[in-house]
Structures are given as C-alpha cells and as structure tokens.
Ligand binder design. Structure first.
Ligand SMILES: NC(=O)c1ccc[n+]([C@@H]2O[C@H](COP(=O)([O-])OP(=O)(O)OC[C@H]3O[C@@H](n4cnc5c(N)ncnc54)[C@H](OP(=O)(O)O)[C@@H]3O)[C@@H](O)[C@H]2O)c1
Length: 274
C-alpha cells in the first residue's frame, strides 16, 4: 500500500513519528522527516537508511513547524527532492502540565503555536500539492486528551481539542477534492515526551491520566499502521482506550464522576501542600 509513496512525517525524529517512519520505510515508502534538532533527525535517517531497498529515499529536514515560512520552504525542498507528497503525517508536538493558575499565558501561546498552528501550517503547505495530484491523505496526531479534559492539561488539552476541531471541519470540506483525513487519538504512551513529563507532573494529573493504561509506543505505532491500512477516519489505539472513550460518549456523567473521584484522591488543596 505504501510502496513508492512519498510521505512527510513531522516529528519523525522521535517517539511515535519515528516508530511510524520505521514501519513505513519497511513497507517501501519514500520519507521526508521533519523536526527541529538536525542531529536527532540525522541519527534516525541513518538508522532507516540501513534497512531500505535501492532507489528508496529518506530525507531529513530541520524545520520548526510553528514557523509558516519555514514550513513552506521545507515543502518546496521536499517536492524538489522526492516529488509531490501522497501523505502527510502531523506528529510533531510538545506537552506541558501544571496548575492552570501557575501557567503563564505565554505557555498557552507557545504550545498552541506548535501543536495547533504547526499542524495547520503543514496542512496549508501540503494542500496545493495534493490538489495537483488529485488527492492525498493527512494524518493528524490528536490525543485522547483531545476528547477528555484532564487535571493539569489546560494547555495541552486546549491544543489537542483544537487539532480535533480542525480535523473534523476539514474532513468534510476537503473530501470532495479527494483529500482524506485520519485522526489518531492515542492514550499516554512511552516516549521521550512522557519521560520529560514524568520529571515534573503534578500528582493529580498522574492519578487522573493513569485511569487509562499507558501503552508502549510500538503497540501504538502498530495500531496506527492498522488504521492507516484500513483507511479509518478515527484511530484510537488500545482496546481499553476505546472502551473508556465510548463510556465517556455514552455515560458522560459517570465518566466525570470517576475523574472527579481520582482528582479528590490525589488533591493537594488550593495551597498545593501535602
Ligand atoms: N506520548 C504520549 O503519551 C502521547 C499521547 C497522545 C498523543 N501524543 C502526540 O503524539 C505526537 C508524538 O508524541 P511523542 O510522544 O512521540 O513525542 P516526542 O517523542 O517528544 O516527539 C516529538 C517530535 O516532534 C518534534 N517537534 C517538537 N516540536 C517541534 C516543532 N516546533 N517543529 C518541528 N518538530 C517539532 C520533535 O523533534 P524536535 O524537538 O527536534 O523538534 C520530535 O521529533 C505528539 O503530537 C503528541 O502530542 C503523545
């Protein structure tokens, strides 16, 4: 299915983006990996290059997706090097966690600029090329935190709810132009992002977030690949995640009661003292 396809993966140097890059390369895709840190990108490019077949191409482009000009220029370079993209996977993302009252307004802007505007910038940059070849697929990395609110995630949930809203709106709008959307909503999974988060997260957030089991990044990547192969619009990795997501839709009151109970059990009080 992906053999000889040109696929752009933002956030392709780490975590889920990197795990997908390995899988798609094994299926014969040409890849353009985007992230900021050139050293991490080159390391992943090197690893993948060792296992590819002759003629297959892996390019690595250092670009900050929150900068629209830089995204546009990167897409020109990619098209010149690989040709027009068939698929765009928006996996670049960052997280922050903490009490809303302590969270600087600037932090909201910073995370929105990467998670939401970064996704938007790449979609805008890709659409003219998709139109030229009468179609394409855009995979947006949302989160289960884009479907549930969680303690400490006022910044992150806002950015992921925004990504979900954008995806929902564009799914219908761009379908007539054969531009297809897929929305991935993983639960928490092991990755460098979560390793960093675990160094500082509040205990209330930990308790509420861990109502859902943490998945291994490889299991998440396998579930995403299955969803991509089947062309599913909504991809929610993990049976338990799907079950809790369904329960939240059908019994929202019960779901809120559970979350409130978890919060109460971990709550440190308004002064955040133990
Ligand atoms: N891990 C989880 O529990 C979890 C759960 C649900 C959803 N997600 C979502 O899944 C996606 C991947 O997460 P992950 O856990 O795999 O994270 P990760 O290991 O930290 O990887 C994030 C990737 O995004 C890149 N990136 C970050 N900011 C960027 C920017 N401004 N411009 C370009 N690239 C940027 C990073 O490279 P540089 O830093 O070098 O730029 C890195 O390649 C994210 O969208 C995340 O929100 C994660």
């Amino acid at each position: 299915m992906f053999s000889d396809k040109n696929i752009i993966i933002t956030g392709g140097s780490s975590g889920l983006g990197k795990a997908l890059a390995h899988r798609l390369a094994r299926e014969g895709a040409n890849l353009a990996l985007i992230a900021r840190d050139p050293a991490k990108l080159e390391a992943v490019q090197y690893e993948i290059n060792r296992g590819i077949r002759p003629g297959q191409r892996i390019v690595a482009i250092s670009c900050d997706v929150s900068n629209y000009e830089s995204v546009l220029n990167s897409f020109v370079t990619i098209v010149e090097t690989l040709g027009r993209p068939d698929m765009l996977i928006n996996s670049a993302g960052v997280i922050t966690e903490g009490y809303f009252e302590d969270m600087a307004i600037e932090k909201f802007r910073e995370i929105m600029n990467i998670n939401y505007f970064g996704t938007l910038h790449c979609i805008k940059a890709a659409i003219p090329y998709f139109k030229e070849q009468h179609g394409g697929v855009i995979v947006n990395m949302g989160s289960i935190a884009g479907r549930f609110g969680a303690f400490g995630y006022s910044v992150y949930c806002s950015s992921k709810f925004a990504v979900h809203g954008l995806t929902e709106a564009l799914r219908g709008e761009l379908k007539p132009q054969k531009i297809k959307f897929q929305l991935v909503c993983p639960p928490e999974f092991t990755s460098p992002m979560v390793e960093d988060l675990n160094k500082y997260r509040t205990r209330e957030n930990l308790r509420v977030a861990h109502t859902m089991p943490v998945m291994d990044v490889d299991r998440v990547a396998d579930a995403v690949m299955k969803g991509l192969h089947k062309g599913r619009y909504l991809i929610i990795p993990g049976r338990m995640t799907r079950l809790l997501d369904l329960a939240n839709r059908v019994f929202p009151l019960a779901s809120r009661l559970i979350v409130d109970l978890q919060t109460k059990l971990a709550y440190r009080g308004p002064d955040k003292k133990d």
